[in-house]
Design a protein around this ligand. Structure first.
Ligand code: GLN
Length: 306
């Protein structure tokens, strides 16, 4: 495949099809609303390390829920399969910030990629790492090869101030004894992971181990076990784009994880990683242009796990 040419075609297509200001930039976190609605960037990183980009692939953006893949990896590394006693792996079919299932399911979130599940994963990380923020940063910097990755202070502050739903989720889960640490400390770590800034290339690189049987393709380091990499991919496929995961499987056919900052990463096992960024979201909180771009990419290349 001529990847550079395909990326160029996709870039032109999204402009033509959606015009300006497509989708709606998330504004329930006030600082996120400042993102440029017309930004679009895409990066492909092959297992050989070749990088192809189009648009604003070098611009850092708020990774938001994409960080849930990295924290799940870290938590599984420490807690092993016991983690699955505290969080499920079934798609929720409800919005990412929904409280509804927790009441009937004893405070066990459906999966680690909705907010409730990620808050439990954050709690597990707090129980196992002396300095959880440093551990997550070190992991992201090493996996992406970018030592400059850091927190966007404004977004972090903004989430802390406006995180009413997350406060409710964490306290509700705590009432079922499925949070062990101080609730505010868990939330602060959760806001930290959401407020990290990375660009499309960093993000695609950071999950290369998921395309390569748990191994970093350049250093050969085993980041997570083969079996765990397979399972993280499975959860991304079924739950990574919340209540649109069925649509994503149908139209894209790759394990993927989105965030309300407008980023989506996808894994083509044994072949490559992709990341697309465009802040305008659809009604389910996934990047509108990002979803379309991934759909076109898999159509044009024939790449799919199916
Ligand atoms: N920080 C966001 C929140 O907690 C993350 C949600 C997302 O990216 N889907 O609401």
């Amino acid at each position: 495949h001529d990847i550079p040419d395909i990326l160029k075609t996709i870039h032109a297509e999204v402009r033509e099809r959606f015009g300006q200001h497509a989708g709606k930039v998330a504004d329930y976190i006030p600082a996120l609303a400042q993102a440029s609605p017309d930004a679009f960037g895409m990066a492909v990183v092959t297992l050989d390390g070749d990088v192809h980009t189009v648009g604003e692939a070098h611009a850092p953006f708020s990774i938001q829920s994409i960080s849930k893949v990295h924290t799940l990896t870290l938590a599984l590394d420490k807690a092993g399969d016991d983690l699955w006693k505290r969080v499920g792996r079934e798609p929720s079919g409800d919005p990412f910030n929904s409280l509804i299932q927790l009441e009937h399911e004893n405070g066990i979130p459906r999966n680690p990629f909705i907010n409730a599940g990620a808050i439990v994963v954050a709690d597990v990380i707090l129980s196992h790492y002396d300095d959880p923020e440093a551990a997550l940063l070190a992991f992201l910097r090493e996996r992406s090869g970018n030592p400059d990755i850091g927190r966007d202070d404004e977004i972090w502050e903004s989430e802390r101030k406006s995180g009413y739903r997350n406060v409710a989720l964490a306290n509700f889960i705590r009432s079922f004894d499925n949070i062990e640490n101080d609730v505010q400390a868990v939330l602060d770590f959760y806001y930290f992971q959401c407020a990290l800034k990375m660009n499309c290339i960093d993000l695609a690189r950071s999950l290369q181990f998921l395309a390569c049987r748990g191994k970093c393709p350049s250093s050969g380091e085993q980041v997570t076990s083969i079996e765990r990499a397979r399972r993280i991919n499975a959860v991304m496929m079924t739950c990574g784009t919340y209540d649109a995961a069925g649509e994503f499987a149908f139209h894209v056919g790759l394990p993927a994880k989105s965030g309300v900052g407008g980023g989506i990463v996808a894994v083509v096992p044994h072949v490559m990683n992709l990341c697309v960024w465009s802040p305008g979201l659809d009604q389910k909180g996934n990047s509108l242009l990002g979803g379309y771009a991934l759909h076109r990419f898999t159509r044009m290349t024939g790449l799919s796990v199916f």
